[in-house]
Ligand binder design. Structure first.
Ligand SMILES: Nc1ncnc2c1ncn2[C@@H]1O[C@H](COP(=O)(O)OP(=O)(O)OP(=O)(O)O)[C@@H](O)[C@H]1O
Ligand SMILES: [Mg+2]
Length: 292
């Protein structure tokens, strides 16, 4: 296995590019995550966040650049060795009809089993613990298709935890969750990170990203626009240029976290919006967005 030396990075992507049919989905992306760090990927729909997570997990093979996982070159690692180190919770749960939640979570154990070994009691205990942490024990004997979107999303996280990864990649982990579970699940990831896990998550909710992540990487059009601590990345200027949304950024007195108020789209159909969210004069001088 090739090594990139004594890099402290747990995930180290250098100049990673990925294209399909002449379309560049990732363009020389550099991103790093250290052990015990929670890195958030933010950026508009279609920016390349899922593509980057799939590339870091080896599901997609990048065509240029290099990905190092704990100093090892991903492209020279066997899939099973990657799975013993890293788990990916995909944005869209794969087709898994017919399995119970417990069976799915137990599948997380496969990279740790010998070639002809079946799961034993120790694996059952690990799967049960993963379900306890994600509050999914009550669904253990239910088949996946009977679960709600948020319940299923938590079961897929439980499977990833049962894998006992040192690197956890999460693609929109809170997209289907109610507000209580948004906080408990990200709080759980934060706790695991504080215990030494490396986590990288694509997160649309900027308030949650700011509150739970150590660093944010803003991606747009397949390239990294800026990265750093939430305070540096989440400025009204950056948010407007990346998302086209006017915002206010402040310190929330209740949580002491950085908070973002989304004020209005900067423009809709070419019409500029004022800071109170109402339409300003369009290019023809006519205030035009108050149509209903
Ligand atoms: N096989 C493919 N062929 C063509 N385009 C693709 C292919 N796969 C992905 N794309 C495009 O690549 C871009 C990046 O997709 P990706 O799923 O990484 O975006 P994302 O940042 O995760 O967006 P979202 O916030 O909507 O989840 C999108 O424009 C998508 O349509
Ligand atoms: Mg995505």
């Amino acid at each position: 296995m090739t090594s990139n030396g004594n890099s402290p990075e747990s995930v180290d992507a250098r100049a990673v590019s990925f294209s399909v049919e002449a379309k560049t989905l990732l363009d020389a992306v550099d991103m790093r995550a250290q052990r015990g760090q929670f890195v958030g990927l933010i950026g508009p729909n279609g920016a390349g966040k899922s593509t980057l997570l799939r590339t870091l997990s080896g599901v997609l093979r990048h065509q240029e650049g290099a990905v190092w996982l704990e100093g090892a070159d991903l492209s020279s690692m066997a899939a099973r060795d990657v799975a013993a180190m890293l788990a990916l919770v995909p944005q869209i749960a794969p087709y898994t009809q017919g399995f119970t939640a417990f069976e799915l979570v137990l599948m997380g154990r496969y990279p740790h089993l010998g070639r002809f070994e079946v799961e034993g009691q120790a694996d059952d205990r690990i799967a049960e613990k993963a379900m306890r942490l994600t509050e999914t024990e009550e669904f253990a004997t239910r088949t996946l298709e009977t679960l709600s979107g948020g319940e299923r999303q938590r079961v897929f996280l439980a499977r990833a935890l049962a894998q006992q990864p040192r690197i956890l990649l999460l693609d929109e982990p809170t997209s289907n969750l109610d507000i209580l579970h948004q906080l408990t699940i990200l709080g759980l990831v934060r706790q695991l990170v504080d215990d030494g896990l490396t986590a990288i998550a694509a997160i649309h909710d900027l308030n949650l990203a700011a509150r739970y992540c150590d660093r944010l990487v803003l991606i747009s059009n397949g390239a990294v626009v800026t990265e750093g601590p939430p305070e540096d990345v989440l400025t009204p200027e950056t948010i407007e240029s990346a998302f086209g949304v006017r915002s206010a950024v402040y310190r929330d007195p209740a949580t002491d976290a950085l908070a973002i108020s989304l004020i209005s789209p900067a423009q809709v159909n070419g019409v500029s919006f004022g800071s109170n969210g109402s339409a300003a004069a369009g290019s023809n001088g006519v205030p035009s967005a108050s149509r209903s």
